[in-house]
Structure formats: C-alpha cells, structure tokens
Design a protein around this ligand. Structure first.
Ligand SMILES: [Zn+2]
Ligand SMILES: [Zn+2]
Length: 277
C-alpha cells in the first residue's frame, strides 16, 4: 500500500504524438503520456496514453481502485490507453474523469464516446463496469480535490486547447504542462504563473530550439524553453517530457548531458521514473 504521507509522480508513458515500439527508444520508453500521482493517500492519474495500460495492470493486482483522472486534452496520444485500462472494467472501482479544454462545444464524456465508436472501436464506453463520473471545467479554474489537495489549472497554447495542472499538497507542488507551444522570446504568462516556485515542473519538450523553426504552429515546445521557464519561475526540479518518437535513446542521453550543464538536477523523463517534490 502507499504511505498517505508520500507525494510523488511516476511516469508510465513519456512519448509524444505516437507510441514508438522501436528498440532504439526502449530505454526511455515508447509509450505515450501517462502519469501516476500519489498524494495524501489519493490516486491521481494524468492523461491516458498507451502507458496507462501498464499502470492498469499494476493497479489491478492491488484491491479496489478509487481515483481521479485528469486529461490535459483529448488528442489520441493522451487517450489511446483508456479503452485498454483494465481497472475501468472492474465494477468494484470508482473513477472521476476531468477535462478543462472542451466546454462549451463538447464534453469529455462525449469525446470518449466518439473515440470508442464503431467502426473505429468495437465496444462503447458503456462496457466499462466501474462507476464512472465525468467532470468538465474551464482551464483556469482551481479544483479543490479535498481539504488538503488543491489543483490549479491554466489554459495552454495548443490546437484544440489543452490544460496545464499544478497539484498542491502539504506545501509542495508538482506541475504538469503538456502539450503547449511557446512564442520565442516571450515566456507564456499563464505557465509562469502556474509554475511559480514549484517543486517539480514537467514540460512539453518535443523539440530542440534548433528543430523548432520547422515545427512552428504544431503545438509543441522545446527543452530549452522549458529551462528558461523553470529559471524564470524559480522551479526546483525541471522534467523533460513528451519526447518526439524520432528522438532515440542516444538523442535523449544528449539532452540529459546538456541539461546537466545548463540546469543541474533537471531530468529527462523515462518510463518507471519516480520524482518526489
Ligand atoms: Zn501529445
Ligand atoms: Zn496534443
């Protein structure tokens, strides 16, 4: 069981855009966005990419699950694991699924029904046996999960919208900001405000500053911009996330080596990594 006094984030999927089964990406991992956060005895899931299936396997081995899932947005790489998340099929489990980028035109329940719809998928979400609640909010709102757990949110700059999260508990904080694109030379004020003084800052680092000019408007940022934001907001630990599927392990080793020089203590996310604020 998990110590209710513990607060950590564990990475189950760190890849952006599409999963990579290439052996060259095996060390950092090929699964798309999926994070497990334990906080004050509660289980929080962030995004439902392909990494979620493996988290589900582990959760299924340990008793009933009662958890909140927060989606940054509903692009495929962040929800592809949802139809394959074992705990959703167990009637003993309870989930609340939250999203902040869809109102007023859409709801998260509707978006997931559209994902699991013939002929794209053989069974609808009604197949889930767990108790499922869906909660839409507007990015920018603060979600009070319990007396002790507060989740601040902010809108991110991404096609179709996305939500950045800051989980606060016991005077500590973890921020999760993906997918988002920066404007060179102009740090995103929404992000700076959200991550101010944070202990852990996980950021969309799909590209390098050198690669970025070929990807303007694609909705993603660079690890160098992440460093600039982390420095400006006085963040403690900066975490590089949402790796390009074309960036193999050697490439990511190179990013880590650069980080060791410019911002020691920063880390490139890999599957299985645990970070404590
Ligand atoms: Zn993505
Ligand atoms: Zn996206």
């Amino acid at each position: 069981m998990h110590d209710p006094g513990d607060f950590f984030v564990k990475f189950w999927g760190v890849r952006g855009s599409i999963a990579s089964a290439d052996p060259g990406t095996a060390r950092y991992g090929g699964n798309t966005s999926s994070l497990e956060v334990r906080c004050g005895g509660r289980l929080l899931l962030f995004d439902g990419g392909t990494g979620l299936r493996y988290l589900g396997r582990e959760l299924s081995m340990n008793g009933p699950v009662d958890a909140d899932m927060f989606l940054t947005h509903t692009h495929f790489d962040h929800i592809a694991g949802i139809p394959f998340f074992g705990p959703f099929f167990n009637p003993r489990n309870k989930f609340r699924v939250h999203a902040g980028h869809l109102l007023p035109a859409m709801t998260v329940k509707h978006a997931l029904c559209d994902l699991m719809m013939a002929p794209l998928f053989p069974v609808p979400p009604e197949i889930f046996g767990a108790s499922m609640e869906f909660h839409d909010f507007h990015a920018g709102e603060t979600l009070q999960l319990s007396n002790e757990i507060r989740i601040r949110t902010a809108p991110l700059n991404h096609p179709n919208g996305a939500t950045g999260y800051r989980i606060e508990w016991d005077g500590k904080s973890i921020c999760y900001c993906t997918d988002t694109e920066h404007t060179p030379g102009k740090p995103d004020p929404n992000i700076l405000d959200l991550i101010s003084g944070a202990d852990v800052f996980i950021y969309d680092c799909m590209y390098t500053d050198d690669e970025y000019p070929c990807h303007v408007g694609w909705g993603h940022s660079t690890w160098q911009e992440g460093v600039r934001l982390a420095d400006a907001a006085k963040v403690k630990t900066f975490v590089v996330f949402h790796h390009d599927p074309d960036h193999n392990d050697e490439f990511m080793d190179g990013v880590q080596a650069e980080l060791d020089k410019v911002r020691p203590g920063s880390v490139v996310a890999r599957e299985g990594l645990v970070v404590r604020p």
